[in-house]
Ligand binder design. Structure first.
Ligand code: ADP
Ligand code: NI
Length: 214
């Protein structure tokens, strides 16, 4: 994996996500890239494959680019256009397909590289940054912050998860608080534990303030 290919992927992501405001901006991709690098080094996964998959993982996200999501055209064209070999291209696209959260249809990637990138993406969904991204997404999607008259929907499959339109606070029960126990690698599990506790403390405070107790 050449240095220039990674640099080109960074430039592609920077350009692609300019102006994005749903919590999937370039800096999300950048943080996932950095986390994936660290986890790859710790686990012995192929660092270059993890870095490329991290940098390209949201280019064809179904929420951001529904017309290219099925075939991953943006990621595929980037890799082909930069001379990445057929086998490596397919491996990276396979990782991107597997990592996304799909409720009860979520999968544990079948390669170590996939597991690393999935952990990196999921770590960025939780903790202080995860909280910020979640409310950014909720605002972008026109969701209320919280609606105490509704309840979270647990156990959703991919179809129900994608169609869900509840309040943002329910996203914690529907996804974010589940991620700690879905980590693949030991280092990510340790980091997830810390970030999980940050969310638990935040939610406690949210409800205390909601009830006017403090
Ligand atoms: P994945 O990246 O695994 O496909 P998503 O794209 O569903 O996962 O979610 C990425 C992030 O976008 C979430 O962690 C959250 O911050 C935000 N998000 C997605 N769906 C919702 C939602 N229904 N309500 C609030 N935030 C959401
Ligand atoms: Ni992502």
């Amino acid at each position: 994996m050449t240095e220039t290919l990674i640099e080109a992927a960074i430039a592609r992501a920077k350009n692609y996500f300019a102006g994005e405001s749903s919590g999937h901006d370039f800096w999300h991709t950048w943080r996932v890239y950095r986390l994936a690098t660290r986890l790859a080094e710790e686990t012995g996964a192929d660092v270059g494959v993890c870095q490329l998959a991290a940098l390209l993982h949201d280019l064809d996200d179904v929420k951001l680019s529904p017309e290219t999501a099925a075939k991953l055209d943006h990621a595929r064209n980037f890799l082909r256009g930069h001379g990445c070999g057929e086998a490596e291209t397919e491996h990276i696209l396979h990782i991107i397909r597997q990592i996304s959260f799909k409720g009860t249809d979520s999968v544990r990637p079948d390669s170590l590289e996939g597991q690393v990138v999935q952990d990196a993406d999921r770590l960025d969904a939780i903790g202080a940054i995860g909280i910020a991204r979640t409310f950014a997404f909720g605002g972008h999607a026109g969701r209320p912050i919280y609606d105490p008259d509704s309840a979270p929907r647990l156990g959703m499959d991919e179809k129900a998860y994608r169609a869900a339109s509840g309040c943002t606070l329910h996203h914690f029960d529907e996804k974010l608080l589940l991620l700690r126990d879905m980590m693949n690698t030991p280092a990510a599990r340790r980091m997830a534990e810390h970030r999980h506790q940050v969310m638990v403390a935040y939610l406690e405070e949210f409800h205390l303030e909601w009830d006017g107790i403090c």
